[in-house]
Design a protein around this ligand. Structure first.
Ligand code: PLP
Length: 459
């Protein structure tokens, strides 16, 4: 018999979590204006809101915290991290930032200006936020079949190279800020990008003289999928694959809260010393001096260790195996989920779960709320709420998919927790006809509304 995947660690510390009653949850979510971000964490039993900053650090990471160097300039922790980043990504220059969006803010201060066009595969919401905040335009060129959740393709995170080239040709060179490639493609459901696709983007970028920025939050998970799915990579190590991926980019932004398994942190890394110099000025203004950016020395130490652990094959095997296990359980119950199951999360198709609820009533938000009421499980909406309004017309933007994302924190929950989640989702599925309506907006912010929106049940 083939032995199954198994976590390459054992548990040394545990944290208690508490169940609640359905009645308590109904009251709490009503008081939270049906916005799951407004819940207190004690009101949540299993928290699948995000895999960002929610992972469990290892004993070695905690050990590294104790040996952090808090010098303002030139701390040894900075050099430890610099060498680790060079070793893993191949980039010579790096700037620490407090998280991924800060990295975007600093780098885009150099690369993006008003009127620019920034094509790529689907931009993450903060990335798009930073582009639109600068009155530039993010153009999503993800392959069209990514929007069909049933198409089984190994690399549904890919960019459509023809579409990308078309956008590049239609845009005057001085308005092409950069190309942003997000690995894995979070917005398309944690779907990976193939090496061939990254190579194709590089070729286009060279032909037209454009920079490629890799939004790298889940670069290690992407490398795992390349190893398992792309021809010619089965025998390569994760580290070799990662080095090749980054060789096709000019710069990267990183949310270390994902694949580097720390609770807070980020960085920018790049090839060009001139770009580094320009970005350094913005880093000093927005984040902190260049050898600490937004981070303390101890946190840079933990991040360096996390980058190594996050790029181990046996860790990735267990991590992605657990996500797949949850996804398959939900799928086997007949519930529409995005296939193949992505790297960090399971995406349930709320449009098909609640076909009678119109997109203008946020069916995915309704499903996320029902899953919370059912089992105290907190997921998140990836649908019309997240898509926000068009900045020019002020109209709702309706994405092709209404999804609920159940994101799995790294090294935090056991497979028993996953089975509990699958059972709760199944219970909602069985009573789906009783849920008749979605929500109406009571209040919303002008940008990135999903974090703070207040909802009510329509009259
Ligand atoms: C999380 C994430 C970001 C933003 O990073 P933060 O650390 O949350 O600021 C950017 N891009 C992608 C793809 C992400 O997943």
């Amino acid at each position: 018999m083939n032995l199954p995947y198994c976590e390459p660690y054992r548990i040394k510390t545990v944290e208690s979590i508490r169940q609640s009653t359905r009645q308590e949850r109904e009251e709490w979510i009503r008081n939270a204006s049906y916005n799951l971000f407004n819940l207190r964490s004690e009101q949540v039993f299993i928290d699948l809101l995000t895999d960002s900053g929610t992972g469990a650090m290892s004993d070695r990471q905690w050990g590294a915290i104790m040996t952090g160097d808090e010098s303002y300039a030139g701390a040894s922790s900075y050099y430890t991290l610099k060498e680790t980043i060079r070793d893993i990504t191949g980039f010579e220059h790096f700037l620490p930032t407090h998280q991924g969006r800060a990295a975007e803010n600093v780098l885009f201060s150099v690369l993006v200006k008003e009127g620019d066009v920034i094509p790529g595969n689907a931009h993450f919401d903060t990335t798009k936020g930073h582009i639109e905040f600068r009155k530039a335009k993010a153009v999503d060129c993800t392959v069209s079949y990514a929007r069909d959740i049933e198409v089984i393709d190994p690399f549904k995170g890919n960019v459509d190279l023809e579409r990308l080239e078309q956008v590049i040709r239609e845009t005057p060179r001085e308005k092409l800020g950069c190309i942003v490639m997000t690995v894995t493609n979070n917005t398309a459901g944690g779907q990976p990008v193939s090496m061939a696709n990254l190579r194709g983007v590089r070729e286009l970028a060279d032909r037209y003289g454009v920079l490629v920025v890799m939004d790298s939050a889940r670069f290690a998970e992407n490398a795992y999928f390349i190893k398992r799915r792309e021809e010619g990579y089965a025998g390569k190590s994760i580290r070799e694959i990662v080095r090749e991926m980054f060789s096709y980019a000019d710069a990267m932004t990183m949310s270390s809260k994902k694949d580097a398994i720390v609770n807070m942190g980020g960085f920018i890394a790049m090839k060009d010393p001139e770009l580094f110099r320009k970005a350094s000025t913005f880093n000093i203004i927005f984040e902190g001096y260049i050898t600490y950016g937004g981070m303390s020395g101890r946190d840079m130490n933990a991040l360096a260790q996390g980058l190594r652990e996050g790029t181990e094959l046996d860790y990735l095997e267990a991590r992605i195996g657990q996500v797949k296990r949850l996804g398959e359980k939900i799928h086997e119950a007949g519930i529409p989920v995005q296939l193949p199951i992505g790297g960090h999360a399971v995406f349930i198709d709320a449009g098909r779960f609640f076909p009678h609820i119109p997109a203008s009533e946020f069916p995915a938000q309704r499903l996320a709320v029902e899953i919370y009421i059912e089992g105290g499980i907190r997921g998140t909406e990836i649908g019309t709420l997240l898509a926000d309004r068009d900045p020019v017309t002020g109209e709702n933007r309706y994405p092709e998919l209404e999804l609920v994302r159940l994101a799995i924190p790294r090294r935090v929950y056991t497979d028993n927790h996953m089975d509990y989640v699958a059972a709760a989702v199944q219970n909602v599925w069985e009573r789906r006809d009783q849920v008749r309506r979605g929500f109406a907006i009571k209040w919303e912010a002008p940008i990135m509304r999903h974090f703070t929106v207040e909802l009510e049940l329509p009259g």
